[in-house]
Every structure is written in structure tokens, then in C-alpha cells.
Write a protein that binds this ligand. Structure first.
Ligand code: ADP
Ligand code: MG
Length: 359
């Protein structure tokens, strides 16, 4: 087994006496894309800056390719870490042509070799035709490609990307993200990238490190954090959920959609049941299951979002008292033939149902 390219151990950092990172640990293997995912302000950029060496941690250590680059009495400068960092705004040099931007980090190579390497990378990102152009004539997506070529040109051990797609419009973002993912995978570098967008993290990453308020709250493959969230925070951050409150009896909890297993909870525990919209099935009229009235049906791209109200909602039992009943969201692949005002039966697919202690 190869050692990780990046090991972050117990990183602590703060600004003006405010704790920003509180014991952050994770690792990135060669060829692996790891995403730091979390809400704005949770410490993602700070973590990247400490890894890159732009700042020194108050405590903890950063190990790159087996060498401790920070730690007691030690600080390897950024340029010696074989780390490339790509910022949100791409930070291309406006006075340099595209080729010279890409060749910028290659000062150790002979001139001809620098050019050859820069052109090779520009070809890989589909920007060979722009080698002689200046950055200002490029679109946002083209600048992103050049910035990525520049980051990969010196064959770094580790590539750091901070919200690399947030400046792109949604249409373009999908394609640039996809191309970048394949390019990073084939480059063999270890990649650590930051986003607050859960869908982006799941599309790009081999592994996702979820952060909250300066701490790592879960670290796993995208399907693991989506299907087995460690906390209500992770479940909710990764995707929408319907929530019911209940009390455990005999290892199960009653919800308006039926009884759900609550392993590990003792009788009488107050729990919350989180149900993904895709875990609820809309049955044929008069089938078995909880009755609900369809309020609205909206096809959203590849799936249909159905808004329902549970008809027989005993007030205050399953959730916050709502005089209008319990409002639910159900998401089904493709098209759903159901009309507004219709009453349908709902059933649960237990896979996407999570039980947590009530907070
Ligand atoms: N240079 C700084 N001086 C003071 N506070 C900072 C500085 N940089 C970041 N912070 C604060 O640290 C926290 C984490 O910031 P950051 O790492 O940028 O979060 P994220 O990238 O997850 O949005 C925020 O509360 C932010 O306001
Ligand atoms: Mg940030």
C-alpha cells in the first residue's frame, strides 16, 4: 500500500482569538480526489491555506509525501511543497500570454522544454488554439481550463482547488467540472478541492470530508455519506429530507408513513426520523399505505417533485403542530401521472430513512 500524499493531523487555527479549525484530520492518497465539503465559514479555505503553506497552523501537522512540512519548529515554504493551488478567481497573470501563464511554474526546465510541456497541457484542456492569446480575451470557462493546465504543468504531488467552478454559469459548470474530474484523475496527482455544493462534491470526489464549524464530522465515499449520514447535519446538508418526530417502542418508531426500525435506541427515546424524498413511493389509488393529498406536481429535469399533505395527520404527534396537516416532498424518477387534489397512498423504502436522537 502506498502512503498518503497528504496527511493532515489535528490541525488547529484561529484568527483574533476565534477558533476556526478545531482538530482537523484527514488524508488524501495518490490519484485520489478528495472534497472538503461544508457550509460557508466552516474553515475549508483556511485548511487549504495551511496545507499550501500560506499560513502556519497554531497546532497539528501537515505531512506531504511523507515529509512533515509544518509542525514544531518547522515550516517548509510553499514553493518547496510540490503543491499547486488554484484559486476561485483563477489568478492568471494578465500581462502574460496563455502559454507563458502555463509555463510559469516550470522555471527549472530549459526554455524549449517549458514550451513543450505548456503546449501539451493546453492540448489536454482543449486550449491549444489559445496559446498565444492574453487571458482577458478568454471566457470564464476558458480561463478555468488554463488555470487548471497551469496547476498541473509542474507535475505536482498535490493539487489544491478552492471552489474552482463557482464563477461559472450553471450550463458551463457541468461540462467544465466533468472535464476537470477526468483530467485530474488521469494526471495521477492527489487532489484536494473545496466546495459548499453537495452535488458538486458527489460528482467530483472519490471521497468527501464533511466539515462543520472547524471540525470534520464525516469522511467517506459519496454514497456512504449520502446513504449513511453520521448526523442530521450531514443528512440535511447532502440532500433534502422530510422530518418526523417520534418515540421508540420495542426497537421501532411510528411515523405517519408506517413503522421504522430504530436499532440501538432504548424504549421511550425521543427520536427524529429523516426520510429522503426519493424514499417515498406514491402508490396506485386505493392501495395500502398512508393517505395523502397531492398539492402540486412539478417535473424538475429528470425527476418529478410531488408536494403532498398527509390527510390523517394527528396534530402535534409526529412533528411541529401544523393545522394544515404534514407537508411532504416526494421525488420520483421520470414522470409521475398524478393530478393535484388526488388522494394517493404512500409507502416507504427503508433504505433512505435515518433515525437520530432528537436534538
Ligand atoms: N484572515 C482572516 N482573518 C480573520 N478571520 C478570518 C480570516 N480568514 C478566515 N477568517 C474566518 O475564519 C472562518 C473560516 O473561514 P474560511 O476558512 O474562509 O471558511 P470557508 O472557506 O469554509 O468558507 C470564517 O469565520 C472567517 O470569517
Ligand atoms: Mg472558502
Amino acid at each position: 500500500m502506498s502512503a498518503p500524499v497528504l496527511e493532515v493531523e489535528g490541525l488547529e487555527h484561529g484568527y483574533d482569538g476565534e477558533t476556526v479549525l478545531d482538530g482537523v484530520s484527514f488524508a488524501v492518497d495518490a490519484g485520489e480526489i478528495v472534497c472538503l465539503l461544508g457550509p460557508s465559514g466552516c474553515g475549508k479555505t483556511t485548511t487549504l491555506r495551511l496545507v499550501a503553506g500560506l499560513e502556519r497552523p497554531a497546532a497539528g501537522q501537515v505531512v506531504i509525501a511523507g515529509e512533515a512540512v509544518t509542525g514544531p519548529g518547522r515550516a517548509v515554504p510553499p514553493e518547496q511543497r510540490r503543491v499547486s493551488m488554484m484559486f476561485q478567481d483563477y489568478a492568471l497573470f494578465p500581462h502574460l500570454r496563455v502559454r507563458d501563464n502555463v509555463a510559469f511554474g516550470l522555471s527549472g526546465l530549459a526554455r524549449g522544454e517549458q514550451r513543450r510541456r505548456a503546449d501539451e497541457l493546453l492540448d489536454k484542456v482543449g486550449m491549444a488554439a489559445y496559446a498565444g492569446a492574453y487571458p482577458h480575451v478568454l471566457s470564464g470557462g476558458q480561463q478555468q481550463r488554463v488555470a487548471l493546465a497551469r496547476a498541473l504543468a509542474p507535475e505536482p504531488n498535490l493539487v489544491l482547488l478552492d471552489e474552482p467552478f463557482s464563477g461559472l454559469d450553471p450550463e458551463l459548470r457541468g461540462r467544465v467540472r466533468d472535464d476537470s474530474m477526468h483530467l485530474l484523475k488521469t494526471s495521477g496527482a492527489a487532489t484536494l478541492f473545496v466546495t459548499h455544493n453537495a452535488e458538486e462534491a458527489m460528482m467530483m470526489a472519490d471521497r468527501v470530508v464533511v466539515m462543520r464549524e472547524g471540525r470534520v464530522v464525516q469522511n467517506g465515499a459519496p454514497e456512504e455519506i449520502y446513504c449513511e449520514p453520521a448526523s442530521p447535519f450531514v443528512a440535511t446538508f447532502l440532500g433534502e429530507v422530510n422530518r418526523f418526530d417520534g418515540l421508540v417502542a420495542g426497537g421501532r418508531v411510528e411515523t405517519p408513513l408506517g413503522s421504522v426500525a430504530a436499532p440501538g435506541f432504548s424504549d421511550g427515546s425521543a427520536v427524529q426520523v429523516l426520510v429522503r424524498p426519493e424514499a417515498i413511493r406514491i402508490g396506485e389509488p386505493a392501495s395500502a399505505g398512508a393517505e395523502a393529498r397531492i398539492e402540486a406536481v412539478r417535473m424538475v429535469g429528470r425527476s418529478t417533485l410531488v408536494h403532498l399533505t398527509l390527510a390523517a395527520a394527528p396534530r402535534g404527534v409526529y412533528g411541529p403542530a401544523d393545522p394544515g396537516g404534514i407537508h411532504l416532498h416526494v421525488r420520483s424518477p421520470g414522470r409521475i401521472h398524478a393530478g393535484e387534489g388526488e388522494v394517493r397512498q404512500l409507502s416507504l423504502d427503508g433504505e433512505q430513512v435515518f433515525v437520530f436522537p432528537r436534538e
